[in-house]
Design a binder for this molecule. Structure first.
Ligand SMILES: [Zn+2]
Length: 274
């Protein structure tokens, strides 16, 4: 099954030809006013804003998408993650208050807001706020052109809909060519962890991971299978404990060559049995 590329970030409005050359009121392609603030803020004004507003301002002025599963590390300056954690903790404290939990006398929840803020920013959603781990690429000196399978890689994520945990496994199939770059085995896990450590939707997560690997390795074929347990199905909703979701991405040779696809899937099934 071929995957669809993620929706492209809309072209900056400045790229559109301006109407009749005079200063038209700012309006989007459908006549709606732009949400993006076009006025520039001074450094002084920026310093008065909470960290989240400063980061958002940079994203919006750069017209960069910042959905739950986008990495925004290049818009975060030194020291801002510490500020962001304090800001998130204060908001989570309000959530606990709205849930009518007496955090003043309940010793179990006194530090919960701080713990959650730290968990989100430093751990489970770290893949949003931190740059990609350094990955060294090696030229394919041995001219390897055989199917390589990496996995299962254990991955942890959270669904964007409920922020419930997702626990899963990823298998990667690579068919290199003589121009491909090879990366160390452990790096596949690191890149997978970086992509998954964001609120995700499984279908989009596998596509994002495929895009990262495609850009770095540039193989003739790339195959990815992810099987995961979604705790929003176990913990809430239907409380179904046996449902796992499987997604795959097949590119290049894996898309064209049914034999190669079969070889990958059969090796993967054998690996799973062990
Ligand atoms: Zn969910």
């Amino acid at each position: 099954m071929a995957d669809k590329p993620l929706a492209a970030v809309p072209a900056p409005p400045s790229a559109a030809p301006s109407a009749a050359g005079h200063a038209a009121p700012h309006s989007g392609p459908h006549g709606a006013p732009h949400a993006a603030p076009r006025l520039l803020r001074s450094d002084e004004e920026m310093q008065r804003l909470p960290a989240s507003e400063r980061i958002r301002y940079r994203l919006v002025t750069a017209e960069r998408r910042h959905h739950a599963n986008d990495n925004i590390a290049e818009f975060v300056r030194a020291g801002e993650l510490a500020e962001l954690k304090l800001e998130v903790a204060a908001k989570l404290q309000d959530v606990l208050k709205a849930l009518v939990i007496d955090t003043d006398s309940d010793h179990n929840t006194q530090q919960t807001a701080e713990r959650m803020a730290k968990m989100y920013i430093d751990e489970v959603f770290a893949g949003r706020y931190r740059p990609m781990p350094a990955v060294t690429e090696f030229p394919n000196a041995e001219r390897l052109n055989e199917l390589m399978i990496v996995g299962p890689i254990n991955v942890r994520s959270a669904c964007s809909h409920h922020m419930c945990p997702i626990f899963g496994k990823v298998w990667i199939g690579i068919l290199p060519n003589e121009h491909s770059n090879l990366i160390g085995l452990s790096k596949y896990s690191r890149i997978a962890d970086w992509v998954m450590s964001r609120p995700q939707i499984q279908e989009e997560a596998v596509t994002m991971l495929a895009n990262e690997l495609q850009a770095r390795v540039r193989p003739d074929g790339l195959a990815l299978v992810m099987e995961a347990d979604h705790f929003c199905l176990h913990w809430r909703g239907v409380k179904d404990t046996d449902t796992a979701m499987v997604n795959s991405v097949m590119r290049g040779a894996f898309l064209k060559d049914a034999n190669l696809r079969r070889e990958f899937l059969s090796l993967l099934a054998r690996k799973q049995e062990r």
